[in-house]
Design a protein around this ligand. Structure first.
Ligand code: AGP
Length: 366
């Protein structure tokens, strides 16, 4: 075990640090610089079939569902195809309409999650076109979907998923790029995405280099028993994934909210005992996010700003400053910082990191 851990205290920490390499593997041989697109041979869909897709629905559970939300955003933005994500666990129980011109995507690290597998089976029974975005080759979901995109994240041992979630988002990005480039996505915008994906391992490395700083912030918030994670639009799935990581390994009650939703209820919970981790991108919504920070501060809520922007002084108790690389891919970079935050908070509290209570790595029951 010590050998496999390679000097890391646990698998989660090791897997967090493996992410630059995992992303390198995911994009290896799949980025086409000449035509500013992605090559995903396992899809078995030609340009005509790709162009026939009129909507996309991603199905996954837990963190795979949140990665699916990042993916749906990327696909809709770049391919201009309506796309959304839904928990696979609910899908078959609501008698969904299966659209013949839709592409359904089942996303799973293990490929064995019962609820996701059952959603795939329901889709196939009703004639839906479904592909897999899966880490484990030979797994039940990979076999059931006869085409798809493998994550190439390598084995993931920690119950709290890190590198697989990141590679899911990266695979969705390549899929969104491909779907976009057979439609209206320009060569120059496609080229920008190819370059950003190619540079992503380096950006992730820059976040990992902030580990001491992030660990310090986590330590200063080790008193917290509840926490909000706040994100807007692109950063909403990242906020959900951040809350999920913290819940899983620290047992702190963490809830994610869309920034604009705070005033519709959750603001009532803000006080000195409710810290908020607020994701603030350096984008066209910066002014809105600054106003979110002001709303929380005005109610005495401690704020940890995770940001790629230069924020005015006094808006946050702690600032975790992240590199800015690409507007649509930066949520992936933010999730890495949130992994480290959750990890160090849980370590500080002396929690069992790799095998949190009540959870299994792969949920093969309903
Ligand atoms: C992630 O940290 C969780 N342990 C969990 O939500 C997980 O992502 C979910 O159970 C889905 O697993 P899968 O990717 O193997 O299908």
């Amino acid at each position: 075990e010590d050998y496999q851990l390679g000097g890391f205290a646990n698998y989660m920490h090791k897997e967090i640090h493996e992410q630059p390499e995992a992303v390198r593997r995911a994009v290896l041989g799949r980025l086409d610089e000449r035509f500013s697109t992605a090559r995903l041979g396992g899809l078995h869909l030609d340009a005509r079939e790709l162009r026939s897709i009129q909507s996309v629905k991603v199905l996954g559970c837990g963190s795979a569902y949140y990665a699916g939300e990042i993916g749906a955003n990327l696909i809709e933005e770049w391919a201009r195809i309506p796309a959304d994500a839904e928990p696979a666990s609910e899908f078959r129980y609501r008698n969904p309409v299966i659209a013949p011109d839709a592409l359904y995507i089942a996303v799973s690290q293990s490929g064995e999650t019962k609820d996701t597998l059952a959603a795939v089976q329901e889709l196939k029974r009703k004639g839906g076109r479904v592909i897999g975005v899966v880490n484990a080759p030979g797994s039940a979901i990979a076999r059931e979907c006869d085409s798809g995109v493998f994550l190439h994240a390598g084995p993931e041992v920690s119950v709290a998923s890190t590198k697989a979630v990141t590679n899911m988002a990266v695979c969705f990005a390549m899929l969104g790029l491909l779907l976009g480039r057979v439609r209206d996505l320009s060569v120059s915008r496609g080229g920008g995405i190819v370059s950003a994906l190619d540079a992503l391992p380096q950006r992730i490395g820059e976040v990992l280099a902030l580990e001491d700083r992030i660990a310090g912030v986590a330590e200063r918030f080790s008193w917290a028993v509840r926490m909000f994670f706040v994100g807007r639009v692109w950063y909403w799935p990242a906020a959900r994934e951040g809350a999920q990581k913290l819940k899983e390994i620290s047992y702190i009650h963490a809830e994610a909210y869309q920034a604009a939703e705070l005033k519709h209820g959750p603001l009532a919970l803000i006080d000195g005992g409710m810290p908020s981790v607020v994701l603030v991108a350096d984008d066209e919504l910066l002014a809105k996010n600054i106003s979110t920070l002001e709303q929380i501060k005005a109610r005495g809520g401690p704020v940890i700003a995770v940001t790629s922007a230069d924020l005015p002084d006094g808006l946050a108790d702690e600032v975790i400053r992240l590199p800015r690389s690409h507007p649509e891919l930066d949520p992936i970079v933010f999730t890495i910082a949130l992994q480290l935050f959750a990890y160090h908070l849980a370590v500080g509290l002396g929690k069992e990191i790799d095998k949190p209570r009540n959870l299994a790595k792969s949920v093969t029951v309903e």
